[in-house]
Design a protein around this ligand. Sequence first.
Ligand SMILES: [Zn+2]
Length: 316
Amino acid sequence: MKAILFISSLLLHCATAFGQSVVVETTDVNNFWIAFDSLKAETDVNRHEQIIRRHYFEKATPGLSEFIKLRAWTPHRFVETIAKHPTFWQTVRHKTLGVNNNLPQIRQLFKQYKKIYKNFAPPEIYFVMGYIETGGTTTQKQVLIGTEIAAADSTVNTEGLHPLVQSFISSNKGAFSIVAHELTHTQQKGGDLGGKRNTNLLGLCLAEGSCEFIAELLLKQNIDRPYMAYGKVHEKELWDKFKGEMHEKNTADWLYNGGYKKEGDADLGYYIGYTICKAYYEQARNKKKAIRQIIELEYENTAMLDSFLKKSRLLL
Ligand SMILES: [Zn+2]
């Protein structure tokens, strides 16, 4: 069997370690910049939407088509955002085109995942370009990356962007670490459901924290995010607060709150979930079994989540 990697318009065939096709698609990134340059060269603004439609939308890969459908993207929003944030686009361009450099690492990541978790079902990965609205989304079978956010880092000019996006980009380390996190969401029932998952705060934190923990195992390096550093320093007070709230579902102080938590104290639920998974793994004699249990947690079964937390011995 072959793995299929699309790089620009090239089609590369590479064998995988586990005999399944791998799709990593970056064509939409290249098409976006062709559309972007055509738009800049066209002085008649009435033709701009047509340029985005023809050079970008009509050439969409299945990943971009899915994104357009899911988020109801329109050429109008692209034209508007391109005009509004010129320095952002200028400084992020080479970062987005650099995602091609991640492809060998991503292939390696898939191999590594299969090694630690035999049920790993490889998703398709699509790097697409949005209008600075999302870093991506993950269904059961596809990782859809909003490359203009996911590939950005602190060197990119984010002036005037939404505070949530600014906060994310300021601590982002590039698209590769996002793929490492999202891979575990694709193994979870329903994909990346975020706050819509039918569970309590403990479950929501575990759904995110398990992705962080498995990413750390895959990458063999610590996850370098502000919430990890903040969590370690404020450990005791965080656990005291969390214990009182974990069976409710109010995420305001814990998850998806980067827009208004500015002191490194956003997304602390990632730290909580990560720490529980790590403790569970460390106490387990059979590590492979522990990995399977972490990945296959049933979030709707809140009694199972309580038992998982208890077995982690974290709160003893
Ligand atoms: Zn996540």
